[in-house]
Design a protein around this ligand. Structure first.
Ligand code: HEC
Length: 270
């Protein structure tokens, strides 16, 4: 592990567990700084969750809560999700309701910013979500109350990649996406349309979940013919190390939809 790699635990150092920060390269004084920052953060987040006095008073009630955007994102443990989560409260006719109270909850180490708010004039609430410190799937719950004070809930799932999976994601961006992802980006032109045999996106759980770890290792190391598939799938055994290939597989398992049996635990509110 080099230092450059560890810096991709982006931006939100304050959310990382203190243990992760106490690397030998960090001066002692800074280490205590991190601990202090983490302690302050923990204490403020706790008081936030337990006081209800800061909760705004709803001026209206809806009948349903739906996701506008921000579900099914892939982030990193302890990092902020790339996009905020946006939900909308509607009445029974499907019209947006302004002034309804929305509350967010999830596993205890997910601290929403904000954790509750009234819907704006378009019926929406936007919250930023730092994922917890454990890799896996996080189930977020957004709730509102209807006129009869019945709770209406919406469940949203997000994925937090651990260290090895994040490495796998980077290798995927570098070596695999140009064929396995039909969409082009500014940095990468997709080669997908030129391929006579079409590869699958790695989120395609219906396909990828049926391939064992051993077979994934074989096709990635030795190319398509290893599984009697097209030679348009190159062999990577000379380019990538065994642990690189392992990292790619753990990334593929982490993002599959439907989830693979190896996708890891689901963290929900308790
Ligand atoms: C030059 C294009 C190309 C690149 C780059 C590429 N693949 Fe593929 N891959 C293919 C094609 C084409 C298939 C489909 C083969 C078939 O179905 O006969 C495939 C199939 C696969 C499969 C079997 C599941 C599927 O999608 O059908 C896996 C797993 C796979 N590739 C992994 C990888 C990994 C990991 C990388 C990066 C290290 C990678 N591929 C890079 C073209 C590519």
């Amino acid at each position: 592990m080099t230092h450059v790699q560890s810096t991709i635990h982006v931006g939100t150092g304050a959310f990382a567990r203190p243990a992760e920060q106490s690397s030998a390269a960090v001066p002692r004084s800074m280490r205590y700084g991190f601990l202090l920052a983490a302690a302050i953060l923990l204490s403020t987040s706790c008081s936030h969750q337990h006081t209800t006095s800061s909760e705004p008073k709803p001026t209206a009630f809806g009948a349903a809560i739906v996701e506008s955007s921000g579900g099914k994102q892939v982030g990193q443990t302890g990092g902020l999700l790339p996009q905020p989560v946006v939900v909308q409260v509607n009445d029974a006719q499907g019209t947006a309701v302004a002034g309804a109270l929305v509350e967010f909850s999830a596993a205890p180490d997910v601290v929403f910013d904000p954790a509750n708010a009234l819907t704006d004039s378009s019926g929406q609430v936007t919250t930023n979500v730092p994922l917890g410190g454990m890799a896996g799937r996080y189930q977020l719950v957004a709730s509102t109350s209807d006129k009869s004070h019945k709770k209406v809930e919406l469940k949203i799932e997000e994925i937090a990649l651990g260290y090895q999976q994040t490495l796998g994601r980077r290798l995927n961006d570098q070596y695999c996406e140009r064929c396995h992802n039909p969409e082009s980006t500014v940095e990468r032109v997709s080669n997908y349309d030129n391929l006579e045999v079409k590869p699958h996106p790695f989120t395609d759980g219906d396909t990828l979940n049926k391939i064992s770890d051993a077979d994934l290792t074989a096709i990635i190391s030795h190319g398509g013919p290893a599984l009697n598939k097209s030679a348009l799938m190159p062999a990577w055994g000379n380019t990538l190390s065994k642990s690189d290939i392992q990292a790619l597989i753990s990334y593929i398992r982490a993002i599959s939809d439907p989830p693979s049996r190896n996708a890891g635990p689901v963290y929900a509110k308790n």
